[in-house]
Design a protein around this ligand. Structure first.
Ligand SMILES: [Mg+2]
Length: 242
């Protein structure tokens, strides 16, 4: 089957994941605790460590199955809201959490790095006429900022993010967005990702799935859900699946 479109998860697939999100989450947890303690609204015994463990950060290690690694930031806001036993509404708190995450990303631009060889490989595929897209669980501002910072943004025909108004992966909405925008059928698209959720996303939309080992999941975790598992996106050649 002919391949016409290549759709990529962002963190751990195109961009270096662990170092960046570890630092961003640590900063955001510290800031949100400070903001809500100052207003005397947060449960006084909740520590920064508890907030981080609740989203899958254990010391300097990011749990592959934790909320930070595989869910949108809204889910982080929800568990933090519950842990802090806040009386105020979740929507306002979610807005604050997103703002802290975005600010951490903006204040640490050097943490945003494309994975080795990614930029050249994408540029070559674009030159060969493939449509290129991104489907991420990250927010709009953070997605555009980090892709621009990594020097990748102009390579994409479509950038899909999760900002609360579109169902996040593994719901196939973002893949449908890519196929509509570029006039492609789902079976002409290959979805690349570093998590089982990315593979389920591709499956739910009827696309083919390539798992990569540059992010959070292991080969054993990805293999049952992927058509192919590779060390990195740069190891892919479209002929492999044609
Ligand atoms: Mg990822």
């Amino acid at each position: 089957m002919e391949i016409k479109g290549l759709l990529f998860d962002k963190d751990g697939t195109l961009l270096e994941f662990h170092r960046m999100w570890l630092k961003v989450a640590q900063g955001a947890a510290r800031d949100i605790l400070q903001q809500y303690r100052d207003k005397s609204r947060a449960h006084p015994e909740v520590s920064e460590r508890q907030l981080l463990e609740a989203i899958g950060i254990w010391g300097e290690r990011v749990d592959n199955h934790g909320l930070l690694a595989s869910n949108p930031v809204e889910d982080t806001a929800e568990v933090w809201h519950r842990l802090l036993r806040l009386k105020g509404g979740l929507p306002d708190f979610t807005r604050d959490v997103k703002a802290h995450f975005n600010r951490q990303v903006a204040e640490n631009p050097l943490l945003i790095q494309p994975l080795p060889g990614i930029r050249d490989k994408l540029a070559r595929w674009k030159q060969q006429g493939f449509k290129l897209g991104v489907a991420t669980a990250d927010t709009r501002d953070s997605t555009l900022y980090s892709l621009r910072q990594a020097g990748l943004l102009e390579l994409f025909d479509y950038v899909g993010y999760s900002d609360g108004n579109i169902s996040p992966k593994p719901d196939p909405a973002l893949l449908h967005g890519f196929s509509r925008h570029c006039g492609l059928k789902a079976h002409h698209i290959v979805m690349f990702g570093d998590t089982v959720s990315d593979m389920e996303f591709g499956h739910n939309a009827g696309a083919r799935k390539v798992g990569v080992l540059t992010g959070t999941a292991t080969a054993a975790e990805l293999q049952p859900h992927a058509d192919l598992v590779l060390a990195s996106v740069v190891d892919f050649e479209p002929e492999i699946l044609m």
